[in-house]
Design a protein. Sequence first.
Length: 154
Amino acid sequence: MLKNKWIVLILIQVIISLISGILLSQMSLIGKIGVSTLYTEYGFLRHWYKGFAAVLIVQSLLIAILWIVKRVTTYKNFSIVNLILVIIGLIGLIYTFYDFTSTSHKYMNSKFHAGGYLFWAGWFISCIYFFIVRVKPKPIIKTDTPSIEDISNV
């Protein structure tokens, strides 16, 4: 059963994904024409619910990766993985800013841009959340193989 701390993170991500999906679907007329003709692979962004689903899937995968790594490895290794994910997020945010200010995406409206930035905000929220919240470590399963102490007592 999920505890309240996980429900809070999931709810935050659902809300961020919903708002991001709605904002990404409100692209400018030039953006809609471009997505319909040249960049058809981004056509899903024209529909808020598809953008919502895409953002939520990515955020859910990030949460799953962080949870698994935190549960099965040491705090040091988890911290390294989480730091790498934060760096990936920073690179993604910087690239998004560059893309929205220097390429043809600058002609998309500010709502579309806000949806892109909101995606990265959700990314950072998950990474920070896992630095703060405790995760139960994977239980150690005791095997029936004798230890060195058992052998020396024989």
